[in-house]
Write a protein that binds this ligand. Sequence first.
Ligand code: SF4
Ligand code: SF4
Length: 124
Amino acid sequence: MAIWRTLVRLLRPRVRLEPAVARLGRPRLTLNDAGVVRCTACALCAASCPSHCIDIVAGSRLPHDITSGERMAQTFQVDLARCVQCGLCVEACPVDAVRLDGALPAHVSDVQTLRLDLEALKII
Ligand code: SF4
Ligand code: SF4
């Protein structure tokens, strides 16, 4: 019987541990076809961030921008100095509004430049 147990264990499909995201980089916010940020300010990314480095203030979307929900981020800040590149914010977002594929800075002379605001987060 022991040999069967060993065979079954050997033939069982292996569980592969995949990284949360395939490519790491600076967090950035994605835009919809109208060029407006997809983010609906639900704050799920901020709630899932283990480093508490995401800070969002929700506001109303302008009427002509209502293409993906009525709310949007009035302010959205990520403190890159505290981001550990875990990808949990990407996983948590229900509308694919945040990705980790922005360019990371090659060097930093002032830590304040790592506090990324809404405009900085739109840049790839
Ligand atoms: S990658 Fe992780 S640490 Fe960085 S902002 Fe997203 S959830 Fe926070
Ligand atoms: S980026 Fe996604 S998860 Fe974060 S507040 Fe915006 S819609 Fe919600």
